[in-house]
Design a binder for this molecule. Structure first.
Ligand SMILES: [Zn+2]
Length: 456
């Protein structure tokens, strides 16, 4: 075993070095090579590392970064995976990077963002101390099939995490259903009140009771299928929460102030991120912090000072006016961006970039489930919409059907033209790209306006 570990670790470290030297930050290949040499390598490398695993459909990256901020504030020794490296190969690479040649860990803790499908195997190998499940939404149709399949994968992972405290989003009827199926210690978190005054009607990804198939009713909804759900037939309902937002005090385009109840104590929390979905990300991170045992003060301070990167509301200066990037990967995420736009107080250019590479989802029909119609109420604040990406024509068609005047739509065939147009006009810009569109656009914007490569 020891020789195998040594061989696998050295091969991986060498590959990382070579890839970096030739200017590639790819993180999957080195791990893949290592796992070929030693298939159980990850469990060997993780056995002395205290791991937090963050999984679920939406919010993994932002939540992981907030958790990271909490570790930083506590001077805890940790490492974390970033960006797209959330499958088993990428996760193995990051463990190797943070271990010696004989496979001893260099850091005590790890914060691992993990793809839902990969979580079933990753949890088994890592045996985490804490697992957070953010939510389960319908993702790109052609990748994992239905939400029940996603939930099943997560559940298998949790059943293979015997020592973990599990933090679950109580407002997600799918996620909350995990409760009765594992013996672990649980911490439920959620939001007790509606977030938006006038939320957009959305297609629910989970309209029927997971236990008896009867239609759910709600005492309130936050967005999508999240909220105070209950089944009038079998009585399954949103569980009691340990960490909960009880009131939204104020919300603007850069932050949200909330009142929260955390294990019985009232707390005021400023979330240094806009958007209703980030309230979930913040209280999810707070639940993890409670599970790990950090001081509550340090977690609340981290949430108040956290600033985002890597596509989740990342900001660029275009020379006097700003561009914010908000990554989207499914209808629920897209509807959240549109909810966010309803809070605009100044004129803004909205940019949609739609790609259909495999990481985006090959089937782009999901854009028809997004409530773009809502944009027609905001056109005095959104004088122009720019459209780009491989499937720009489909996107433009969708917007036309939503009732957007063709004269307001500008289609750009390539990102250089798009960036030039965004820079030449004076208004702030909000860009909503799919994953590979974001990677490409972000690289060009970083070299034009400054910014770090994502693996740094
Ligand atoms: Zn039921």
């Amino acid at each position: 075993m020891k020789i195998r570990v040594f061989l696998a670790v050295s091969a991986c470290k060498l590959t990382i070095k070579i890839l970096r030297r030739i200017g590639r930050g790819g993180t999957a290949i080195p791990g893949k090579i290592a796992l070929k040499i030693c298939p159980e390598l990850l469990s060997f490398l993780a056995k002395d590392v205290k791991c937090v695993i963050v999984t679920g459909t939406n919010g993994k990256t932002t939540t992981s970064r907030i958790i990271e901020e909490i570790y930083l504030r506590n001077d805890a020794s940790y490492f974390a995976n970033r960006s797209g490296a959330n499958l088993i190969n990428g996760i193995t690479s990051i463990f190797i990077e943070n271990s010696t040649l004989t496979g001893k860990p260099r850091k005590e803790n790890a914060i691992i963002e993990c793809d839902e499908a990969a979580s079933k195997e990753v949890c088994r190998l890592i045996n985490p101390s804490v697992v957070l499940v953010t939510n389960v939404f319908r993702d790109q149709l052609d990748r994992y099939g239905e939400v029940s399949g996603t939930l099943q994968n997560i559940l298998i992972g949790l059943k293979n995490s015997p020592k973990a405290t599990i933090c679950l989003n109580a407002d997600c009827s799918l996620t909350a259903s995990i409760a009765g199926q594992v013996p672990n210690k649980l911490i439920f978190y959620g939001i007790d009140v509606p977030i938006y005054k006038d939320p957009i009607d959305e297609v629910s990804d989970a309209p029927y009771c997971i236990k008896c198939k009867h239609e759910y009713e709600y005492t309130y909804r936050t967005f999508g299928h999240l909220g105070g759900f209950y089944c009038p037939d079998c009585g399954y309902k949103r569980p009691e929460t340990e960490v909960s937002v009880t009131d939204i005090l104020s919300a603007d385009l850069s932050s949200t102030k909330v009142r929260a109840r955390v294990f019985g104590d009232d707390e005021l929390i400023t979330i240094n991120l806009p958007g209703g979905y980030n309230i979930y990300n913040a209280v999810g991170a707070l639940a993890v912090s409670e599970a790990v045992g950090f001081s509550r003060r340090s977690a609340i301070e981290a949430i108040a000072s956290f600033s985002c990167g890597f596509g989740r509301m990342e900001e660029f200066d275009l020379g006097g006016h700003s561009a914010r990037i908000i990554l989207v990967k499914n209808p629920a995420g897209c509807n959240q961006v549109i909810n966010y736009l309803t809070g605009l107080s100044e004129k803004t250019v909205f940019v949609c970039c739609l790609n259909d590479n495999s990481a985006d989802g090959k089937d782009v029909s999901w854009i028809w489930d997004v409530n773009f119609e809502k944009l027609t109420d905001m056109l005095d604040l959104i004088p122009e919409i720019y459209v780009s990406g491989i499937r720009a024509a489909d996107m433009a068609l969708r917007l036309k059907y939503a009732g957007i005047d063709e004269k307001k739509l500008n289609i750009f065939d390539d990102y250089d033209e798009l960036i030039k147009a965004m820079t030449d006009q004076p208004l702030p810009v909000i860009i909503m790209p799919t994953y590979t569109a974001m990677m490409e656009l972000r690289a060009k914007m970083s070299s034009a306006f400054g910014g770090k490569d994502f693996w740094e």
